[in-house]
Design a protein around this ligand. Sequence first.
Ligand code: KIV
Ligand code: ZN
Length: 525
Amino acid sequence: MTNPAPRIMPSDQDRVLIFDTTLRDGEQSPGATMTHDEKLEIAALLDEMGVDIIEAGFPIASIGDFEAVSDIARQAKNAVICGLARASMGDIDRCWEAVKHARRPRIHTFIGTSPLHRAIPNLDMDQMADRIHATVTHARNLCDNVQWSPMDATRTEHDYLCRVVEIAIKAGATTINIPDTVGYTAPRESAALIRMLLERVPGADSIIFATHCHNDLGMATANALAAVEAGARQIECTINGLGERAGNTALEEVVMALKVRNDIMPYRTGVDTTKIMNISRKVATVSGFPVQFNKAIVGKNAFAHESGIHQDGMLKNAETFEIMRPTDIGLSETNLVMGKHSGRAALRSKLADLGYELADNQLADVFVRFKALADRKKEVYDDDLIALMQDSTTSAEHDYMQIKHLRVVCGTEGPQTADLTMTIDGVDHSVHATGDGPVDATFAAVKALFPHTARLQLYQVHAVTEGTDAQATVSVRMEEDGKMVTGQSADTDTVVASAKAYVNALNKLILRRQKTKPAEAARQA
Ligand code: KIV
Ligand code: ZN
């Protein structure tokens, strides 16, 4: 038998479990596709930071999802590894096949219970109740840690919600999750719903209630915290609030709110908050969803004090305008400038401050890139180093195609031209292309060497720091047959960064094409 489900003991009533679904609900966000290796890396960071449960994916969805969940299950050291399954025996079996490798596996099965969702499988209330009983029983026969979710719970009739929650508990569910699937609820209602279930459902005190909120009305964090105050002891969330539409509850927000306002919300999580910034950057890079500058906790401006009055107050006493320390989330307090005379040891120590622990061979590679950057740019700031680290994770030697040489001619007289050499599957190819501007000419050259039908959905450029020698980070989102991928890159030359981001997206598209060949099990389901 596997290790038992995480339990909250009566003596530990202030402990709130953190369930991270960045790799499942987060990845479901159109365009936020991550590669297999990126998923494993994020799962390792989540495990290391003390997240209790990692929802690693939806194993029936594709072979790629299945393999990612299985490999994350094998690598996890502490966290419970959970997979999602619809209310069907085929889904649940496939989910178990993937999570069973974990030291602590969990099956999460769900069905939409609101009137609108009941109409989709065309089940009446009794038929749906029977399906819930059968599928939760089946899951529990495979795994002793089973989570059940009535999707769209916040728009489900209360009597029916009580009835199906009771059925799921009797069938063996150890966690009951209450999703606000469309981000419709508000804090008072979110609390009242949990309180109502605790009062009315027999056996409710023997399981853990979870809260799963979406941010359509900007209330996901408030709704999750209200549910905790009412008795929920698991918060479902994602890094940076990544997720479909307006996203999910942001992990960093609920964890820091519970830490900073522990005086009025006396609950604990097991998360090491100093790891927040590093994982936030990682998720932003691999998902291609940049964090908005004024985003709570992890936004670039969250700790920046621009106004004279604020700066003066901060210098006298940081608490005047700061309710938490930057170091609480893993931001270094100083922005020590590096330059071309900085040595390897200084770089290693600076990167460690920024949350990057590198092996000697990785440091050697990053040091070469750092020297090249410092040659072009007099002062190298923290943000430059972060962009450099992110770039080294997005451009890999084993990529199907890489840019070898690019020369672009631009100016007031058109057309602009690009001469490009790319290594594609180990062979060099060159082309000359023209376009309406340097980026258009460059993209035309890439397309001439690697013809494809993917459509460019988004092209975004950000300056990493100030000054005309600043690096640019470029994000490119592309769509092919309804599937989206995002590429990113950074360089002091905006056109080079653009070319590398475009090629990064195409490399992901190739991986995606291989991954989404329908899973054998999915065909049988
Ligand atoms: O939002 C939702 O309802 C979900 C369920 C699958 C739990 O993500
Ligand atoms: Zn969701």
